[in-house]
Design a protein around this ligand. Structure first.
Ligand SMILES: [Zn+2]
Length: 497
């Protein structure tokens, strides 16, 4: 008995001794690095396992990675490099390729880059960014936070400049690189082409040179080496959409506290690179950031919940998970479902109308029309909303017009059914069409405006959202005017009669 008791005590003692050690691992990674290197390969998506990439494999042999991280909803370069460097969604930072090329950013921006945050914490630190695509240095990384900015016209020249920089004593606290040639091959030949995969192989060689220049100068002892991508490509070549090969991106990390062989969790986004960089340097994350530490990245550090931001898509995902823009083969399941339901409702309505008109029970028709109109309006609103989330104005306007016509059609059908399917002629027809459109548009536009206001309240509106809201307001105003004018006329006619 005594023996068992002492054995239990010994076990308890061992457990208590192990506790601080278990806790310490989690602490070890925070601020454990003096240098963070972020290497961005433009347009390479998650294709490092499809191309021949011996250098990537060597660098991350003891690293953690995912090749299926999520890019920003808008799979365009500035939207993603902005997210990667600022740690917020593309809808929040609002930087487009045009903005990045034309407008400079100063240190006092609402959503600063990790460079700006590192500068505040380390006033004397060396910070540097070497890019092939100049807009990153021009319009994403702030121009007044003392970042050494270098631009070259080819990936080879960028790599040469980087090697010179490190061999001449460069020791940056934070270092960013963007190589661009894989994106060019993607645009030219598509993601399934031999040319695209060959270019990834070529850039892999440059990646190896950059890593070796850093390691040879002793900076990997306290260095965290990250490789990420902004977006992939379609099989035809090009990006900006939501297909799998455009959306899936790479996040890979190597360093002394990185979990060897760690598979980053499915929630990982390329924007999480911002959170990882700050964590490694021991800097607290600003409250506005929606970047997080993935699971299986740092040894002993659990994956974090993604902070709730002001991003429309994230608000929708959290509050209305059933409508969150989940995609399958590049197609929104919710949009598809909404379109199907909408079609089914119209068909059902047509059937009910026909039956009721046949038995002349016209009283129920009004109610049916109202319910169908409301359903169409709500479904149409959600469908067009999804297009706004993708910042695709032409598609948005198309969906808007389509659903408006659909709702108007339902109203007109009902009007004819009331008439015993006798179609009006001449002036009366034109008047009825306009009135039907107006009656259909009013509840629809009100629904759209309410949803817009709820979702975009407190966010930085993109140009598309502003145009969309003005468009809705104008249509709503026109609809109400038509209804009032029509009602006044009818009243007048009735009084005369
Ligand atoms: Zn790009």
């Amino acid at each position: 008995m005594k023996r068992i008791a002492s054995l239990l005590l010994a076990l308890l003692f061992l457990f208590v001794c192990a506790l601080p050690a278990m806790g310490a691992t989690a602490q070890e990674s925070f601020g454990a690095y003096k240098h963070v290197f972020i290497i961005g390969i433009d347009g390479a998506g998650g294709f490092f396992d499809r191309a021949d990439t011996p250098e990537f494999d060597r660098i991350f042999a003891n690293g953690a990675r995912t090749l299926t991280a999520e890019a920003e909803t808008v799979t365009v370069s500035a939207q993603n490099w902005g997210a990667i460097l600022c740690g917020v969604s593309c809808f929040t930072h609002g930087i487009s390729n045009g903005d990045a090329a034309e407008k400079e950013r100063s240190g006092d921006v609402e959503y600063p880059t990790v460079f700006s945050l590192a500068r505040k914490a380390f006033p004397d630190a060396e910070l540097a960014s070497f890019v092939n695509w100049e807009p990153i240095n021009h319009g994403i990384i702030e121009n007044d936070v003392g970042v050494i900015k270098e631009h070259r016209d080819s990936d080879e020249a960028v790599t040469d400049a980087i090697c010179d920089y490190f061999n001449n004593g460069g020791a940056p606290t934070l270092f960013f690189v963007q190589l661009d040639s894989v994106d060019g091959a993607g645009h030219g030949y598509g993601c399934n082409s031999a040319e695209y995969l060959e270019q990834i192989h070529v850039v892999d060689g440059l990646l190896g040179r950059i890593y070796d220049a850093i390691a040879a100068n002793g900076l990997m002892e306290d260095g965290l080496f990250i490789v990420t991508t902004d977006h992939g490509h379609t099989p035809e070549g090009g990006h900006g959409g939501i297909t799998q090969t455009e959306r899936e991106v790479t996040v890979a990390a190597a360093g002394k506290t990185i979990a060897a062989g760690g598979a980053l969790d499915a929630e990982t986004r390329n924007r999480d690179v911002a959170a990882i960089a700050l964590y490694a340097l021991g800097l607290d994350r600003p409250a506005h950031m929606t970047a997080r530490i993935p699971a299986n990245l740092f040894t002993g550090v659990d994956g974090e919940e993604r902070p709730m931001g002001k991003e429309p898509r994230e608000i929708i995902s959290a509050n209305y998970p059933w409508i969150a823009p989940v995609t399958w083969n590049g197609f929104s399941l919710q949009l598809y479902t909404a379109a199907m339901i909408c079609g089914a409702v119209v068909l059902l309505y047509a059937a009910i109308t026909a039956v009721l008109a046949a038995v002349k029970k016209r009283g129920l028709l009004g109610l049916t029309v109202f319910v169908c109109t409301a359903l169409c309006a709500v479904l149409g609103t959600w469908a067009s909303k999804l297009f706004v989330l993708w910042d695709n104005l032409p598609l948005y306007a198309f969906a808007d017009a389509l659903f408006l016509l659909c709702v108007a059609g339902v109203v007109m059908c009902a009007a004819y059914a009331h008439n015993g399917f006798a179609f009006p002629k001449g002036k009366r027809l034109a008047g009825k069409v306009i009135l039907s459109l107006a009656v259909a548009a009013a509840p629809y536009e009100i629904a759209v405006l309410v949803v817009n206001t709820l979702i975009y309240h407190g966010t930085k509106p993109t140009r598309s959202i502003v145009i969309a809201v003005f468009f809705q307001a104008a249509v709503l105003l026109a609809s109400i005017t038509v209804i009032i004018v029509k009602l006044c006329r009818e009243n007048k006619d009735n009084n005369k009669a």
